[in-house]
Design a protein. Structure first.
Length: 471
């Protein structure tokens, strides 16, 4: 029997491992069975929150429906910790006569270690196991610098990747027809939930799960919004971004599908700035995975720039709590955090603003914020989340220089000029004028919290803290 192990690739379309399963099934005249392993205790250790795991849960349910249309049953296996997956997986395979296991690779440290152990154990018990690259436009360890190392600066990596794609254009795998299945397996019913993770029904309408929803969102974005993406993407009150990150995180859509959709959108228009800008975002996603593979310490709670381990963070617990709750007294920061807490999502410009505020204004360790985002974001993805936080904190590859510190008031005035986003999420300020609404202690806002920090003084303290570790 041939088994495909679904992980961060919860779709039947353009799936390398599933396509290979069809090939083997035809060659060996064996049925295909799919498995999904839930590891809720491990997810808790990784800080994953309810919104992200519930989206995973709903995506698995949608995958089961898609697989049923292909006559492929989905079996659900619960192994709470990754350390127990190899022996648990071997036992399951041995009990069911599995000869081949196929899976698409994951690149985080714990996942890599889990898969290495699975590989050794299954191969040692005469089970053929094959791995495929799926998450990136280009395999994350393929593109190298002239000296054979991994890139640590985005622009040279981007140039190399684009040249590679011109020389070797990508495609998507053919649409699959129903498989011949003479096994006795039937799909398992979904459990009530994964481990202790509770459903988040208030997010279901805004974030429908499954590859059909993902494809629809991709099509809508490329048809309607990508052309103006460059000009509109930084304004949180506008519907100008793809909001595909959650679907990419669970693999309900592939990055190849996104890239080819962007090329089709470009072909239909003479203006390519919006398409090119969005393609840059897809390449950033690849770049962060490239860095994670080359420098696995970043997925082990370490900064890329090791000297930044010596920064003397203030780590003010009360300040962190105020930041988490959207009670800092800085309107754009508070609006962004309240939006995150209510919706499980935050606009990318706002992610930079609030991250910079936590690190550079409050001088709080960026890892506190990274973990909070992991707990709240429906689109949590370790490589992208870590890359964004280390960029803002000036601790990562190709990071913003430590002396570049966002002024939250100026950011607010530039990217929410009329205060529309602030009014939506900070009702205490709804009556304020556009001139007033961006300022700490706005005029006539007695119910709004006083600012917890003086930006000018905080900036000076942060510069001193970073200067102390230079060389």
């Amino acid at each position: 029997m041939i088994v495909i192990w679904f992980r961060a690739d919860l779709r039947t379309t353009d799936n390398p491992a599933l396509t290979r399963a069809y090939e083997l099934s035809n060659q060996l005249k064996c049925p295909i069975v799919a498995i999904y392993i839930s590891s809720s205790s491990q997810w808790e250790l990784h800080g994953m929150g309810h919104a992200r795991v519930d989206f995973e849960y709903r995506s698995v349910a949608a995958l089961s429906t898609s697989l049923s249309a292909l006559n492929i049953p989905l079996k659900l296996i619960d192994i709470p910790l990754y350390a127990d997956v190899p022996t648990g997986l071997l036992a399951w395979c041995a009990n069911h006569g599995v000869t081949h296991l196929l899976a698409n690779r994951q690149y985080e440290w714990n996942e890599v270690e889990r898969d290495r152990s699975c590989h050794r154990l299954l191969r040692g018990n005469a089970i053929v196991i094959e791995w495929f690259h799926d998450q990136c436009l280009v395999a994350p360890d393929l593109l190298r610098t002239q000296d054979g190392g991994f890139y640590t600066v985005f622009t040279p990596y981007k140039k190399k990747l684009i040249k590679h794609l011109l020389d070797q254009p990508i495609g998507v795998f053919s649409v699959l027809s129903p498989a011949k299945n003479d096994s006795n397996f039937v799909s398992d019913p979904m459990p009530k939930q994964f481990g202790a993770y509770a459903p988040t029904p208030h997010l279901h309408d805004e974030w429908p799960a499954g590859e059909e929803a993902a494809s629809g969102r991709l099509l809508e974005f490329c048809n309607d919004d990508v052309v103006s993406y460059r000009e509109q993407r930084d304004f949180p009150s506008k519907k100008a971004t793809s909001q595909l990150a959650a679907y990419l995180a669970v693999g309900a859509v592939s990055v190849r599908q996104c890239w080819l959709a962007s090329l089709r959108a470009e072909d239909l228009r003479t203006m390519g700035d919006g398409v090119e800008t969005w393609q840059n975002e897809l390449i950033w996603r690849d770049f962060y995975r490239h860095v994670m593979v080359g420098y696995p310490r970043i997925s082990r709670n370490q900064p890329f720039q090791l000297k930044t381990l010596h920064i003397q963070w203030r780590n003010d617990v009360d300040g962190f709590k105020a930041w988490c709750e959207g009670q800092t007294g800085f309107p754009i920061v508070d609006a962004a955090m309240r939006c995150l807490n209510a919706t499980g999502w935050m606009h990318n410009r706002l992610r930079m603003i609030v991250a910079m505020f936590l690190v550079k204004d409050l001088l709080i360790d960026w890892r506190w914020g990274e973990l909070y985002f992991a707990d709240q974001l429906i689109d949590f993805d370790l490589a992208s989340n870590n890359g964004g936080w280390q960029w803002s904190a000036s601790t990562g590859t190709d990071a913003v220089p430590y002396f570049r510190i966002f002024n939250p008031v100026l950011q607010s005035q530039k990217f929410d000029p009329e205060g529309s986003f602030i009014r939506q999420w900070v009702p205490e300020l709804r009556h304020c004028t556009a001139a007033q609404i961006h300022q700490p202690l706005p005029v006539d806002a007695p119910n709004y919290v006083s600012p917890i920090v003086n930006h000018k003084l905080a900036r000076e303290a942060t510069l001193l803290a970073f200067k102390a570790i230079q060389n």
